[in-house]
Structure formats: structure tokens, C-alpha cells
Design a protein around this ligand. Structure first.
Ligand code: F6R
Length: 260
């Protein structure tokens, strides 16, 4: 696992967008998995700027990490709507370049399995962007999710619903209880997994992910098993890392030609 400590969220966004730009230049039809929430927004801003500057993303494909169950189609806080608004439209992509699970499906369990298969049929995810919950979740794999889990329905913890109430007029009652999320086993199949964490409220989860034991209690610790996982953190989110100086020195000594 590579840990990169950046000065702030914007620098993290720029670093990750640059890695995506390199990937797309090498593989124009790359499948990029996108997270929602607040953390990845600097990545999408930086990537959009690269497109404005001439980066060709016309063949890029986008896939969702997770989706709320039960929000009506077109609800502005559904992750489909969010990804279209924050990623697909700013990059000038068509909705046809984008796949995600249908949170309104009558048979949610079958929809989750079908989405897992759709990711494989699409050739697998080349680059998966992740955020992290204050409880250590990735996607919506809450604590004690199986480290081998596949895409399925999950129940959100109260903590996650409280954290996400800000997207629902600060009203926890409006936050759905259930989601479809790529499983941890599914996420680990992506060729490169990049987690961005910013802000002091993520420091404990980051420390447990990077320096704690591999444990279902901290779902993000499963990234320790991935052969190409990158954790990008700002100074505030890095505050709990015992090996911060080592991570800084390692990154500073990295050859300039080598991407994350
Ligand atoms: C969102 C997702 C979640 C978020 C996490 C952090 O698609 O899968 O794991 O990444 O809840 O959310 P923010 O970035 O809003 O703190």
C-alpha cells in the first residue's frame, strides 16, 4: 500500500486526476469507478480542468460504487443523479458511457448480482476511486462486512446516516437505510484502488486502515491485501499515522517518472 500525504484536498484531487489522465492516455476506454460524497469532488474538479485543457476522455467509461435503495428515479441525491451531475456531464460524457446499479429495482438482490456481473463483463474496473467513512467503511461496506463480499444490499449504520444527513436537508429520516454497494471482494478486483481521505474526522479511520490489523471491523483495512492500493491523505487526515515521516520520505524519494 502506498501512502501519499498531500498538503490539502485540492492537491489530493490534482494528484489523483493526474493518475487518471495518465491511465486514459494509455488506455482510452478505461473503466473508472467513482465514489460519491464530499471527498472526491476535488478529483472531479481537477479532471474536468484537464479535459478543458485538452485531455481526451471521450471513450472513458464510468461506473458507480454504490447506490441508495428506494430513492425515486431522478432523486437529486441518488448516486446515479449525483454521478451524472458531478462526473458524467462535466467530463462531456454520454449517459451510455456510465453503468450503475438500479436502486429502484423490484428485486434488489438480483440487481446487485447483475451489477457485479456487469462490472466483470465490462472488463473489470481499471481505477477505483474510494472515500472512507468515519467508521472505516469503503463503498457502503459497513464494519464487519465480509472481506470477500460481493455486490449486495447493505444496511447503513446510524453513524453513516448521521454523516450523510447533510445531503438530505440535515434530516436523518430522509436518509435511506439500505444501499446496494460493490462488495469488498468486488472492490479488490479493481486494477488500481485509490482512496482519498481529507479532514481531521477521518484521521482515526485512516490510521486503523493503514497501520491497524486487517479486520472486518475496519473494512478499508482490506486494501492491505491489494497489490496496487494508494491512500492519499491530507495533513489533517494523516494526523494519526505513526509512520507519517516514513511515508513522506518514501514519496519524496520516488522517481519523477513513476505515477501513484
Ligand atoms: C460514496 C461511498 C462512501 C463515501 C464515504 C465518505 O459513494 O461509497 O464510502 O466515500 O461515506 O463520504 P464523504 O466523502 O462524504 O465523507
Amino acid at each position: 500500500m502506498e501512502i501519499v500525504i498531500v498538503p490539502d484536498a485540492a492537491a489530493g484531487g490534482e494528484l489523483i486526476a493526474s493518475a487518471i489522465a495518465e491511465l486514459v492516455t494509455r488506455k482510452p476506454d478505461a473503466l473508472v469507478g467513482v465514489a460519491t460524497g464530499s471527498t472526491p469532488l476535488p478529483i472531479y474538479t481537477a479532471l474536468t480542468a484537464k479535459v478543458a485543457g485538452g485531455l481526451d476522455v471521450t471513450r472513458v467509461r464510468i461506473c458507480q460504487l454504490d447506490e441508495y435503495v428506494g430513492l425515486p428515479a431522478g432523486h437529486p441525491e441518488s448516486y446515479r443523479s449525483t454521478v451524472i451531475r458531478q462526473v458524467v456531464e462535466p467530463l462531456g460524457l454520454s449517459e451510455g458511457s456510465f453503468i450503475g446499479p438500479d436502486g429502484t429495482a423490484a428485486d434488489v438482490a438480483a440487481e446487485a448480482i447483475a451489477y457485479d456481473h456487469a462490472l466483470a463483463e465490462a472488463g473489470g474496473v481499471d481505477f477505483q476511486i474510494l472515500g472512507i467513512g468515519t467508521d472505516g467503511h469503503i463503498g457502503f461496506n459497513e464494519p464487519c462486512s465480509s472481506l470477500a463480499s460481493r455486490t449486495r444490499i447493505k444496511t447503513l449504520t446510524d453513524q453513516t446516516r448521521i454523516d450523510n444527513a447533510r445531503f438530505f436537508e440535515d434530516d436523518i429520516e430522509q436518509v435511506p437505510h439500505h444501499v446496494i454497494t460493490q462488495g469488498i471482494g468486488t472492490i479488490l478486483e479493481a486494477r488500481h484502488v485509490v482512496l482519498l481521505a481529507t479532514g481531521a474526522n477521518k484521521a482515526d479511520a485512516v490510521a486503523a486502515t493503514v497501520e491497524g490489523p486487517l479486520s472486518a471491523l475496519v473494512p478499508a483495512s482490506a486494501l492491505q491485501l491489494h497489490p496496487h492500493a494508494t491512500v492519499v491523505v491530507d495533513e489533517a487526515a494523516a494526523a494519526g499515522l505513526k509512520l507519517a515521516d516514513y511515508f513522506r520520505a518514501t514519496y519524496a524519494a520516488k522517481p519523477s517518472w513513476q505515477s501513484i
